[in-house]
Design a protein around this ligand. Sequence first.
Ligand code: FES
Ligand SMILES: [Fe+2]
Length: 419
Amino acid sequence: MLDASENELLTQVSRGTPMGELLRRYWMPMAAVSEFDSDGVKPVRLMGEDLTLYKDMSGRFGLVDRHCPHRSADMSYGFVEQCGLRCNYHGWLFDHHGRCIEQPYEDVAHPEARFRDKVRIKAYPVQAHAGLLWAYLGPPPAPLVPNWEPFTWKNGFVQIVFAEVPCNWFQCQENSVDPLHFEWMHMNWSVRLKDKGGPYSPRHLKLAFDEFEYGIVYRRLREGMSEEDPLWKVGRVCLWPNALFTGDHFEWRVPIDHQNTLSVTWCFNRVPKEREPYVQERIPGWRGPILDTQTGRWISSHVMNQDFIAWIGQGTITDRAREHLGTSDAGIIMMRQRFLKDIEAIARGENPKATIRDPEVNRCISLPIADRKRLIEGMTLDEMWRHPMASGQLADYLFQAGQPREVRKAYAEAMGIVE
Ligand code: FES
Ligand SMILES: [Fe+2]
């Protein structure tokens, strides 16, 4: 349980708030590179800041203020040039550093004044990596965009999935260190959603949480499992500062503002051995719905949609003074304490946990992966159909509702499935 001031400390993300300053020390994924197959412009909101993301005609990405510094027109209706983004109102042109490089009227009528040298638009660095576009809103020097090990894997089909979830990011991230909910929310509730009375899934018998350099590992032992099982020996990862990593996918909970979160999934599916060598030409990105418009209720058919129901149900910013934490919540307590300590570390001018600055380290950052062998070595299509987890993933995209047909088609082609 937390009092109101601690709750505020952990949940508020705008510039100048302690957690807002902490999160600004990390690169945040915000869009898919393939959303910009050609040049383009789109509005984004990150940690309470309204911004404009664009790709100019030279192929360079930029992230600038939503509003023009001239008279505040909406830059997301601007148009790109060979270099930079031009405001559609009076034509001022800005480069990706935020410099004003043209003011069409002033440049002609009063070139000697060089007014444009006195004007800047807010601009942040953007990097493309692993099919994602990452933004850094913090103080220089920026750390490196993490090169997590799965980003280096070959022979996989990757897709990127987004959803806007109307609640605060921190309760979403608490879900990343909450293994017990898997049994109830995903296994048993799914049984009941199919109108079956059972059987329920094996119960959790033991949970363990261990902090490591890049987050917290959680491990589980369930009925019928031996202590040699990789889920107990290796476990899964609550990845710092705002992600879940399960081996074949990452889920980031990116704060849009205090009250909304962008869920970003990067999902890797190893192609069958007989499809090797496989090189993916384009990593698709898609946005899934969360509301069932027929019933007016949240969609509950897919794993992450079920998670969204939990997060939203806790309240827009959940009131942690009302909770009653049990021993299953040990990881959540560990995570909160670590953030509170890092908020103090930042105030002392230190780096928070898991900011990566050494290019040698960042060549490939290994993480604990329970299913490493299957993901790296792969299986034949036949073996995949017989494997409980792989076969489910061949049949459908299990994590989120709404996969577009063209993405399913590209996936089926990659896997060599005839549909
Ligand atoms: S408001 Fe943007 S150029 Fe005038
Ligand atoms: Fe979940």
